[in-house]
Design a protein around this ligand. Sequence first.
Ligand code: 26V
Length: 821
Amino acid sequence: MSESHSEAESAVVQFKAAILAKLRYAVGKDPSTAFDHDWFEALALATRDHMIDRWEESSAQIERQGAKRVYYLSLEFLIGRLLVDNLSNLGLLDVARQAMAELGVELERIREVEPDAALGNGGLGRLAACFMESMATLRLAAHGYGIRYEHGLFRQAIVDGWQAEQTETWLDFGNPWEFERPEVAYRIGFGGGVETLDDGTGGTRQHWHPQERVRAIAYDTPVVGWRGASVNTLRLWRARAEENLQLDRFNAGDHFGAVAGEVRAESISRVLYPADDTEAGQELRLRQEYFLVSASLQDLLERHLRLHDGLQCLPQQVAIQLNDTHPAIAVVELMRLLVDEHRMSWAQAWQLTVSTTSYTNHTLLPEALESWPVALMERLLPRHLQIIYLINAEHIDALRAKDIHDFRLLRAVSLIEEDHGRRVRMGNLAFLGAHSINGVSALHTRLMRDTVFRDLHRLYPDRVNNKTNGVTFRRWLFQVNPGLTHLLVDALGEQVLHRPEDHLQALEPFAERQDFRDEYALCRQRNKELLAERVRHVLGISIDTTAIFDVHVKRIHEYKRQLLNLLHTVALYQAIRNDPTTDWVPRVKIFAGKAAASYRQAKLIIKLANDISRTINGDPTVRGLLKVVFIPNYNVSLAETIIPAADLSEQISTAGLEASGTSNMKFALNGALTIGTLDGANVEMCEQVGEDHMFIFGMTAQQVAARRRLGLEMSDVVADSERLEAALGAIRGGVFSPDDPARYVGLVDSLLYEDHFMVCADFDAYWKAQRQVDQRWQRPEQWWRSAVLNTARMGWFSSDRTITEYARDIWQVPLPRREGD
Ligand code: 26V
């Protein structure tokens, strides 16, 4: 005891010395002149030192074992902050807190100084970050490849109730987690033409002469697994010009022209595309995609050739996972590198490409399915277009050889869309070029087979498979909810930290114990107070922490149906006003989320939320019973405060449209009860958690499809629902927008006459489910029993489980032993 006590003490002493040394020699400050940011940097650098040796060891071990490598290619990594993540995974969080305290600095304040690395839009990017952490924890030889955007996702300000986008500048004070690797650089070509050359054996070969070249420079960030299991690398590419300054032009007085090339080249890694649905349709986006892909493939082939004899064994040594179609041009670039640069035969190159590549689909929304105009592809990537045509010709020939001549089918599975101007279909390209195509929940995968990939699935029935998403419990339980984590360790022992996916279920019997439920509820209460504090600070609104915290946070999208929740809010407001003496269950409605800058309807929904908030919060009749807040600038860090404070999690998308959802998992893991539709992973959550411990309502995906066939006109539905009619009427009539009474006329009319997302059709069922929520809340022993069971039964949604399935079924890599195996 005393020995470990002194061990801990000496760890603190050492860490303190390390922080002071960093502060002095790396930051150039001393404690008397240091600002919070200086302390953050010193602490981050001291923490980073603890990662380096393990990093070195991990890569040496992987090389020694000749392990197969997994490459995760993604245009987005939505990482958030890393200080507590790294400290906690290294097992140094308490040591660091103590060391800082002894230096007179509060860790809880310093952690807030770190900017979020917001290199992603939403679910897809956050999933990539969770996967990186799980792959390190499971000790896979995994590399992430992405772009080091200078500006991540925009900062959202709310000005007069409207969203305003502001530039995000996460690199302004430097980034202590990354290592610039100027020696790891590749040339990326664009444009130019293709020359046919003699191949020396009587045949021909193609040679691409790009007109423009850009350099990709590597920046490496170490990714630590739980308790330092492994340290992997996230390699992000930055675009630099081949030549920074054209000195001749500068000397001739053309000071702007002298740097024009630099600006053009470097714009590739300037900013993240801030939409997560509508097709970017812009040259810069395609340049970003190809830039990431080409740099990453050159890098991984170089590593492969350094370690192995030749390229024949590529599929045994390398697995490339495409995160959506954004990096799908990898199929073509790999073919180009193998055939043109490494002189491999076409047939062999194709076989290697398909067996190395796999693709994850994350959405069925038609507007998010990527396709590129043939003309643009020809101008930017002429050799790639040739290769696409060749792949397509072989593909169609193979079908004809199998006696398939159905014209509709051939058109549907072609790589080229002929109807709306000729375009390259990236989904079909990714499908053909991969041996595995996976969806992200059981329902989504079924819909992929039945809809978007129906024809290709019939031709290649073994390719489509499901890998239901998961989240890393290290960040989304241990870090965000230390109170609950403490309680879990007390109840279940330390093992729950190491294998939560196996051990959480042992919590079930605790759900029956009043004393445990009370402690569990107390943790929630503390988290709610922290959130309330934040809301007071940001919005100047005080909220009642004994009320139900009813939370709807995610990107603003019509299909996610924030409007349905707002209609419920208005209907509830009206009901309370009509009958203020009934014993209403107090609620706080909490909204947050960003809208794509170009998505007008989504921005109007944000304005409506703010208008409703102002009106309701200012009405003394409902005081104490209903409050509405819209918290600006939703990001990973805000999610970390909101999720553990939620009582009710809103997962109410139109069934069939949310591919999986991952915040649904984070909420339930932290014990919020879900009100939701049978959509995405909600379906599987319902199987795990049990229908009795969720509030499932509304049409199923099948019923939605059937209802749509009847038309989108909803006048009948509205006429049949007094509550809905009154709520719509109030919004339409300007009750919430007296300054501009007609503001929501168009919005309400679109719900009445063209209700694509079935808001009206699901309203009554939603209202009913919400009243069941009230009833459960009024029986605390039932509510908290359900809450504990949610935590106990969410183990399966660990991203460790998801990654284990990818490794086994798609990548075919064995999982190394972990400590405790
Ligand atoms: C599309 C585009 C189109 C071009 C402009 C940039 C851009 C960026 C992202 C996207 C696709 C977004 C798809 C997406 O985020 N899907 C979400 O993936 C989550 C992880 O699998 C899943 O939980 C969510 O349900 C799904 O909406």
